[in-house]
Ligand binder design. Structure first.
Ligand SMILES: Cc1cc2nc3c(=O)[nH]c(=O)nc-3n(C[C@H](O)[C@H](O)[C@H](O)COP(=O)(O)O)c2cc1C
Length: 180
């Protein structure tokens, strides 16, 4: 994984990919799949929607840390598998043959096989809507990866894969932060 400037980390999330969220409760690593995400600002701040119905939630609340790991389309079956079993009875790193990497700021592991990883701290919990607000602390990309297309969940069990990239950077220049 190569370090990515933190000011660019929001560009990993703005296209709305399905993400894997890793946690470490102090004893065990876990992973869940999340498609309800949002970029809140450039700093970067993100929101995810999840709650007590998931095993990961207790670790998220207790440690107030996680990693947002962004899978590519060649990981779709792992992404669906991770999102349909529970860390309460499954070691998902072992079952889905994923490699945990130590980050610099949080105990939750990065996932080596993913396209990118963002170490995050939970900075707010909006209980009424089961929203966790995350602050990105460091970001990494995997430059060696050949398959770079991300996955977008429709919500009915089907997925859309990234298509053509269209450049409107000149027209948007006034709205883009410096260096992005
Ligand atoms: C494609 C996909 C998207 C998902 N998105 C969310 C989500 O946005 N929020 C959520 O709470 N659960 C979501 N889930 C469900 C969790 O990933 C699932 O309940 C998982 O088993 C939780 O793992 P855990 O119990 O080990 O924490 C999604 C599952 C899949 C397959």
């Amino acid at each position: 994984m190569r370090q990515l400037k933190l000011a660019k980390a929001f560009t990993l999330m703005e296209p709305g990919p399905v993400v894997l969220v890793t946690t470490c409760d102090g004893k065990k690593n876990n992973i869940m799949t999340i498609s309800w995400t949002m970029v809140l600002d450039f700093t970067p701040l993100f929101a995810i929607t999840t709650g007590v119905w998931n095993h990961s939630y207790a670790a998220l609340r207790k440690t107030r840390e996680c990693v947002l790991a962004i899978p590519a389309v060649d990981m779709l079956d792992q992404v669906v598998g991770i999102g349909t079993c529970s860390g309460s009875d499954t070691d998902k790193f072992a079952r889905f043959r994923l490699t945990p990497l130590q980050g610099a700021f949080v105990r939750a592991p990065l996932i080596q096989e993913c396209l990118a990883n963002i170490e995050c701290r939970v900075v707010d919990v909006v209980k009424k809507h089961d929203i966790l607000v995350l602050e990105g602390l460091a970001a990494y990309v995997n430059p060696a990866r050949r398959e770079k297309r991300t996955i977008h969940a429709v919500g009915d069990g089907t997925f859309i894969v990234d298509g053509r990239r269209i450049d409107r950077r000149k027209a948007m220049a006034a709205k883009l932060p410096a260096g992005v």
